[in-house]
Design a protein around this ligand. Sequence first.
Ligand code: SF4
Ligand code: SF4
Ligand code: FES
Length: 389
Amino acid sequence: MADYTIKVRRFQPESGEGPYWEQFKVELEPSLSVLDALLQTKDREDGSLAVRCSCRAAICGSCGMKINGQSGLGCKTQIGEAQELAEKKMGAVGGSAERAVVVIEPMGNMPVIKDLVTDMESTHWAKIRRVTPWLLPHGAPPEREYIVEPESMLDITQPMACIQCGACVSSCLSMEADPGFIGPAALAKAYRFVGDPRDAETKERLHDLAEDPHGIYDCTHCFACVDACPKDVAPMDQIMRLRRRAGEEGIEDPNSGHDHEIAFVKIIEKKGTLDESLLLQESFAPGIKGKLKPSKRAIKEMLGSIPTAIRGIKTGKMRSLPKLIPGIHHKLPDGAQDDVKAIYKHAEEHNEEFNLYIKGEEDVEPEPDEPTDAILGDEAAAAAESESA
Ligand code: SF4
Ligand code: SF4
Ligand code: FES
């Protein structure tokens, strides 16, 4: 047993007062959870402390909260680990580690009903309904169930793991700036149906999500939802997949993100490393070196990018001017470019995604003949996960 101090942000609407902080002492095994600490407090100190929970096993998604500023599940966060993190944080700001307390707050981006209980209707459930979270198959239904190949479902295993806890919504920086943003949980749910081979309205779904000003292009790739998600759904990755599918459907990306991604992949396939001098032209007008066919939009975008490029060079964000001059990009040493091409060939043959954002590759045991530095897609990760389950 060890002693811990928790500091809870409280709000009791019936009192007519605003939110306030209150500290409680708890005595628990370090392996027990932050939720256990709250329930002990409720039991022994103050029965009016409001917290939502049910399964206590990271299954029901009820106990979303912020612990030391990080959104997650109270029942999945050990009090001992939370204390260590609080001490590290306090040490980092020069305070005394001994006085560190575990700080617990209600989830962000949602109205607070009471203490740690938030109203998830407007920022979570309404958005989930917004993406039509059910299958839309066409034609007469089969006599029995719809049959699908198990492999074709691997792609959506990750979003299917969502328990609707709202931790990603709580941490989303875009939602803070634009409360209308459909958000990470709902967009991950949208991919669950876009990627489902039984759904017949993929195109309509993609147009809907791409053309909504609060849709898939409203995400700023901040990774906060990936860090917050207790079930490894990685909502940002699902948003990137939606964007990729939208690009494949020919839907114009107002940020040129789809073309930018293709440009990265093509340049590295050709040159082994990123030739920054080609990146801008390739992002706005596909065609490697010399085969540039600039569209009106490409010329406009490139001219419009000049002030940004100058600012980037001045502030050191773009590495240096010579990097932007075509023809002086360093080549890889002998043979290395062939290795890069082999990775591409392998990925193509195994239907793997080149995606910097997809997580899980570190969990995959490479095949004996497999290049270990290949960036593997989530299919391999999901297969490895199901094998280890
Ligand atoms: S990556 Fe996108 S969806 Fe996820 S938290 Fe950041 S802005 Fe929100
Ligand atoms: S995506 Fe993850 S964090 Fe977001 S609601 Fe689902 S389980 Fe919770
Ligand atoms: S109580 Fe069910 S997820 Fe925490």
